[in-house]
Design a protein around this ligand. Structure first.
Ligand code: NAD
Length: 459
């Protein structure tokens, strides 16, 4: 879409929303089914685009993109009728006879801005929520995952209601033009700096925003944890998509007395997962999205104690799974979100020392605790904050559509997935219906002491 056509297209969607067509359950179901049809029929092309953008292997493309979207749609189709129902709540004595309920209602025309690391999932999952809620949607895929972006722009008009969806491709210029338009909600996924730009632009129309941001997600490993299972789960979650996952463990905290055992097990696990040449020829290992990010990640390694990995190749945008021991907490590696295949290991005298360390930093998007010690688990959960927590595994909360997904503080605001996504894109309208019977005049002027006395007694 040309820059000058953006305003016209958004206005067209707003007019279409006003016709009421998108409100019906039939329209919503039909569009959800079409997204499923698109994802199933075009699975091969989606996977090809993901290979071109990130060298994403088939299993990861399926589990985190194609299969993920299919299960999000199935969940929405199963729950939609119930989600759309008015939710009855009780009515106080002063409003009797009467009834009260909360009626979900579509917001209107919404904007979804996606990031490049899971370029199909991060655009289509919010779209599923927005469609389930009965909205028109403008999709803005990330220009950094150019092949997936182009494919989404090609397929959406083929499969979905052309009057209700528009895809805008491009980068800063197009996004800036889009953000000048009037939307009824914006869901943005990406970094903190642009999150602020989105929120400032949204303020112009007092548009509500959901910000799905990132940050440094800590992983605390206690020596009571099952070591073999723990390193498998951390390695899976960290090196999936070559560490370019918003909820990947950013760094690990372990006790000094346990670190040698942990590092030895982690090195063995990386070799088991990715082969003796440290992933260089593994078909299961992704590449860094572009040269800028490749240089950024390698820059973090300068002056650090690399105890494993560190191999890299600029031509193929490869960086091997890498372990760094006890980096300076003020170095860029520990100040910035890594968003790449480097795992710093921080040692502490006792594991609870992790708590003040985490609390001294911005609130993370995810946190992982590996322990068999219930008291330690409770203490960490109660004394720290994170958008999402997984105990004894990595990012498996993403597989549960009953759990809203979102950040807190600088890792984001609002949430989606499943019913939470439906509610994000709905106005939960409060409705009270009164009867014309029993019109007690206690609240009407002229006010008297006796009316006040009765009101106090009834409230
Ligand atoms: P990115 O470069 O793809 O940018 C995200 C989106 O913002 C893109 O669509 C881009 O075109 C748009 N954009 C860029 N500049 C803009 C501007 N000036 N105005 C408006 N829009 C603009 O992605 P990124 O920022 O590199 O993403 C990485 C970050 O995203 C990491 O912090 C990561 O943790 C976070 N992330 C979060 C989630 C989540 O679900 N919470 C998921 C993936 C990534």
């Amino acid at each position: 879409m040309q820059l000058e056509d953006i305003a016209k297209n958004v206005n067209h969607l707003r007019e279409y929303f006003a016709t009421g067509k998108t409100r019906s359950i039939d329209w919503r179901i039909a569009q959800l089914q079409q997204i499923k049809k698109m994802t199933v029929e075009q699975e091969g092309r989606i996977k090809d685009a993901l290979v071109k953008d990130l060298n994403k292997c088939e299993l990861e493309a399926w589990s985190a993109e194609v299969g993920y979207i299919n299960s999000e749609i199935d969940h929405a189709l199963k729950g939609l009728r119930k989600w759309m129902q008015p939710r009855k709540v009780s009515t106080p004595m002063v409003a009797q006879p009467g009834k009260s309920y909360i009626q979900p209602q579509p917001l209107g025309t919404v904007l979804v801005i996606g990031a490049w690391n899971y370029p199909y999932q991060l655009v289509m999952a919010p779209v599923i929520a927005a469609v389930a809620a009965g909205n028109c949607v403008v999709l803005k895929p990330s220009e950094l995952a150019a092949h997936t972006s182009a494919l989404i722009a090609e397929l959406v008009p083929q499969y979905l209601d052309k009057d209700a969806f528009a895809v805008v491709e491009g980068g800063v210029e197009e996004s800036t033009e889009l953000l000048k338009q009037h939307f009824d909600h914006i869901l943005y996924t990406g970094g903190e700096a642009v999150g602020k730009i989105v929120m400032r632009a949204a303020a112009e129309y007092l548009t509500p925003v959901t910000l799905e941001l990132g940050g440094k997600s800590p992983c605390i490993v206690d020596s009571t944890a099952n070591l073999e299972v723990t390193v498998s789960r951390i390695a899976w979650c960290k090196w999936m998509n070559a560490g370019q996952t918003c909820v990947a463990p950013d760094y690990v905290v372990v006790e000094k007395s346990f670190v040698d055992t942990f590092v030895a097990a982690m090195k063995a696990k990386i070799q088991q997962f990715y082969g003796g040449d440290n992933a260089a020829s593994s078909a299961d290992y992704a590449r860094i999205i572009n040269h800028r990010h490749w240089q950024r990640i390698l820059g973090y390694l300068e002056g650090q104690n690399v105890v494993y990995g560190g191999e890299h190749n600029e031509e193929s945008l490869f960086i091997a799974p890498t372990l760094v021991m006890d980096p300076d907490l003020n170095s860029p590696l520990m100040q910035q979100e890594i968003f790449g295949p480097v795992l710093p290991i921080i040692t502490v005298d006792k594991i609870t020392d992790a708590i003040p360390m985490i609390n001294a930093r911005p609130k993370p998007l995810a946190m992982y605790i590996f322990t068999k010690d219930q008291r330690l688990e409770d203490q960490i959960l109660n004394e720290t904050t994170a958008g999402n927590v997984c105990i004894n595994d990595g990012m498996m909360f993403m597989a549960n559509k009953e759990l809203p997904f979102g950040g807190v503080g600088t890792s984001g605001m609002g949430s989606y997935s499943g019913k939470a996504g439906f509610e994000t894109f709905s106005h939960m309208k409060s409705v009270m219906k009164r009867s014309f019977m029993m019109d007690v005049d206690l609240r009407y002027p002229p006010y008297t002491d006796s009316k006040l006395k009765w009101l106090k007694r009834l409230s």
